[in-house]
Design a protein around this ligand. Structure first.
Ligand SMILES: [Zn+2]
Ligand SMILES: [Zn+2]
Length: 225
């Protein structure tokens, strides 16, 4: 298991504590935003939220999940790049980047302002496209699972994945770990379309992916507690 670890160190205890406290605040904001939009009788009629699956049929019900992921990936990439602007970064995104060596707890370690920006994907989806509570629930579940994987500290995809015809478009834990190590490049969430189109993928991504997955790297696991 340790052979697929991306960085040889473990995060420090104070990192875990900071990450957990900010994660709790993020989860409260993430829960409040959709609830406020759906249960507010003034706002809900302006959204496309619906409750009867038959209203738009099964093909739409399934397609909407994929459309949501593409919309979210696009929203995430561009807001993420904006939050890296030097005038915005210290006030909004710095907390997330205090985790230079991320653990799963770093996934939702956001300044409350950043948590609000991230929760902004809910109105971005809810106003233009018809979705149900099932879409929202599965969407949040998938987002959490994928984001935890992105901050895991270990790579789970197989060797060669970063160069595979399909894998090269999919975000990996090595990719996002590099974003935390170096601060620049690799801004995507689920996919790498935008990073590849905009030329923001790190040139050493494939090399580090190969090193981590081919277990060539000599790792000394040092607990820093
Ligand atoms: Zn960032
Ligand atoms: Zn991150």
């Amino acid at each position: 298991m340790s052979l697929r670890k991306i960085q040889s160190r473990f995060p420090r205890r104070k990192d875990y504590i900071r990450e957990m406290l900010y994660s709790v605040s993020t989860m409260l904001i993430f829960a409040a935003v959709p609830l406020l939009l759906i249960y507010n009788p003034e706002i809900r009629p302006h959204t496309k939220y619906y409750t009867d699956i038959r209203q738009y049929g099964l093909p739409w019900f399934i397609a909407a999940f994929f459309i949501m992921l593409i919309m979210h990936d696009t929203y995430f990439y561009w807001t993420h790049r904006l939050m890296h602007h030097k005038r915005i970064f210290p006030y909004v995104h710095l907390v997330h980047h205090q985790s230079v060596n991320p653990s799963p707890w770093a996934a939702y370690s956001f300044n409350p302002l950043e948590a609000l920006v991230e929760a902004g994907i809910v109105p971005v989806i809810l106003f233009p496209i018809p979705i149900t509570k099932y879409h929202l629930s599965l969407f949040f579940l998938f987002m959490i699972v994928y984001n935890v994987y992105g901050h895991l500290g270990w790579e789970l995809y197989p060797k060669g994945f970063s160069k595979h015809w399909l894998g090269k478009w999919i975000n990996t834990s090595v990719n996002h770990n590099q974003h935390h190590q170096y601060f620049k490049g690799n801004y995507g969430l689920y996919f790498l379309f935008w990073d590849r189109i905009m030329g923001t993928i790190r040139p050493d991504y494939d090399q580090q992916f190969e090193e981590v997955t081919s277990q060539k790297k000599e790792l000394t696991i040092v607990r820093q507690l």
